[in-house]
Design a binder for this molecule. Structure first.
Ligand SMILES: [Fe+2]
Length: 249
């Protein structure tokens, strides 16, 4: 099982504050049943730009450290890219990492806008034309989703995959995100689950969150798809076949 979204690399963003915390996060992730993690450090243009060589070095260092500490967990490169209209160029210039060098790229949007920024569709289109598959990070957290859940349906119909945070179901991001993720799970609008861990806390509460998710999704096959199979497909750069949302517009 692979964690789709995690800020485990120390001191590159607002995630892990030290190598010791990263090791502890790895240990707890392993206990939850993960055997790999996509490191998805924030990349925010003009604000949090990680230098690629240095970033890859940090990933290698963490993998080495985990081995030394007997934590059998593999960290793969990735980024959580804050939306900009040159994501394609950033990939081509190797300034940002797709997930484990696959065609899948994790993108986040501004949290507080009542409507989705207009140029999002254009940029996602450009990425798709170049062979990439955009994955939207934590859709349940966006204000425009609380305003109109059908925006997610439109994005899915445009070929964008949805990665939800497991802790949203426990209210970690407020009541709107909790309500949104419940609805998204119920209507097959979640394709991938991730922890979005910035420290140890989500892993510490992992079982509690998964229990709550299983109360909404009763179908074991769907749970397995969004937790295990689809993240594996990302790692192996395989196509993810999705079930289209069964929400009534
Ligand atoms: Fe994140």
């Amino acid at each position: 099982m692979i964690d789709m979204h995690c800020h485990i690399i120390p001191k590159v963003d607002d995630g892990s504050k030290s190598i010791d915390i990263s090791i502890e996060m790895g240990r707890l992730a392993k206990e939850c049943g993960y055997n790999a993690i996509f490191a998805t450090s924030h990349y925010i243009i003009h604000d949090n730009e990680t230098e690629n060589n240095e970033y890859m070095q940090k990933i290698n260092e963490l993998n080495e450290k985990l081995k030394e500490e007997n934590v059998d967990l593999q960290i793969y490169p990735g980024n959580e890219v804050f939306f900009t209209n040159n994501i394609l160029e950033l990939i081509q210039e190797k300034k940002i990492c797709t997930l484990a060098n696959s065609k899948y790229i994790l993108v986040e949007l501004p949290l507080f806008t009542k409507v989705i920024p207009l140029n999002v569709y254009d940029e996602f289109n450009r990425l798709q034309d170049a062979g990439y598959v955009p994955i939207l990070a934590h859709p349940e957290r966006y204000e425009f989703v609380s305003e109109d859940i059908n925006t997610i349906v439109k994005l899915i119909e445009a070929g964008v995959l949805m990665q939800s945070n497991i802790a949203s179901i426990g209210g970690k991001y407020g009541r709107h995100a909790k309500k949104n993720i419940k609805k998204m799970l119920k209507y097959n609008m979640v394709h991938l689950l991730g922890s979005d861990s910035h420290s140890t806390s989500v892993y510490e509460n992992y079982n509690k969150y998964i229990e709550k998710i299983k109360k909404v999704i009763k179908d074991e096959k769907i749970i397995s798809d969004i937790l295990v199979e689809n993240p594996n497909k990302v790692l192996n750069n395989e196509k993810i076949d999705i079930i289209y949302p069964n929400i009534k517009k």
